[in-house]
Design a protein around this ligand. Structure first.
Ligand code: GRG
Length: 298
């Protein structure tokens, strides 16, 4: 595989980071003759569509916040986005959320077919770990592989999805909902920050601080996602068709009401900002991103 070194200079600038991430993702999805054309095309369709690239941006921001060179973290940034993209393609399948639209376009199984969507997810997951194993500095590669495997695995991302699909929600509380989202959404936010920090050579105290930031941000992200569903703006901007609503999905606004959900977002964002305050100015982009996310449904 070609190295992901980008021709775009990585700077503390959101747009430049986005360009660098998109270029590196593009390079990470070039395969040799062994990859069937349709599979490669579908992988690129899923990953290179118009997503926010939130998790890879968090990897780079965390790396800089902890004093590292963000270019070192680019393979990790791509790896988390590949896992995220696989999870969305699988979540959209008829056996799961059965969605027709993702990122404003037909979902992978609609555009291609179900078997291809399953295989796309399988191959993206493998590619993510290949990137970490082959393109990170040797002293960090093993730990990064282990942390991402755990976040994506049966106790976190996959476990949260499984618990969500099992859907025994009668009498469920906000704590039950939090427990699912901590696994389904939160773990990928946490690992994004942690990989960036690890690659900057952060010690345990810094790792703890960025983990607490990510924990609060991930939950706030989920609550605002639910609030966007209520306001209908997800559909308005064509982000997600969302059959969730039809199958009686449990959400924060349903359990708490809209106003209390917004207050929860405010508390979580304040907690996220406080967690990285000890890092000083280098955490500025993390603080700015948290404040933007706070208002994304208002
Ligand atoms: C199939 C193992 C497996 C897991 C699926 C991510 C997920 C778990 C399901 C997606 C549905 C969901 C929980 C939505 C809530 C928040 C979320 C993860 C939204 C999608 O992330 P964005 O908004 O997407 O960052 P983009 O398209 O911008 O990358």
């Amino acid at each position: 595989m070609a190295t992901l070194e980008s021709s775009v200079t990585l700077q503390a600038d959101g747009q430049t980071d986005l360009d660098a991430i998109d270029q590196a993702l593009d390079r990470s999805l070039r395969f040799g003759a062994g990859c069937p054309e349709r599979l490669g095309e579908a992988m690129r369709y899923v990953v290179l569509g118009p997503g926010k690239r939130l998790r890879p941006r968090l990897v780079l921001m965390a790396c800089r916040a902890c004093g590292g060179d963000a270019a070192t973290a680019l393979p990790a940034a791509c790896a988390v986005e590949l896992i995220h993209a696989y999870s969305l393609a699988h979540d959209d399948l008829p056996a799961m959320d059965d969605d027709d639209l993702r990122r404003g376009r037909p979902t992978c199984h609609v555009q291609f077919d179900e078997a291809t969507a399953v295989l796309v997810g399988d191959a993206l997951q493998a590619r993510a770990f290949e990137l970490l194993a082959t393109q990170l500095p040797a002293e960090h590669a093993g730990r990064c592989c282990g942390e991402l495997a755990r976040a994506a695995g049966a106790e976190k991302l996959v476990g949260g999805q499984s618990a969500d699909l099992s859907g025994a929600f009668d009498g469920a509380t906000v704590d039950d909902l939090r427990a699912i989202h901590a696994r389904k959404t939160g773990a990928m936010f946490i690992v994004s920050l942690r990989l960036g920090a690890i690659l900057a050579g952060a010690g345990e105290e810094r790792l703890y601080q960025v983990t607490e930031y990510a924990r609060a941000l991930g939950l706030a992200f989920q609550v605002t996602d639910d609030l966007l569903d209520v306001s209908g703006s997800q559909q308005a901007v064509g982000k997600r068709l969302g059959k969730d609503a039809d199958r009686g999905k449990l959400t924060y606004p349903k359990l708490l009401g809209v106003d209390a959900s917004r207050r929860l977002v405010d508390e979580l964002i304040d907690a996220a900002v406080a967690a990285v305050a000890p890092l000083g100015d280098t955490a500025g982009p993390l603080v700015d991103l948290a404040r933007k996310l706070q208002n994304r449904d208002r």
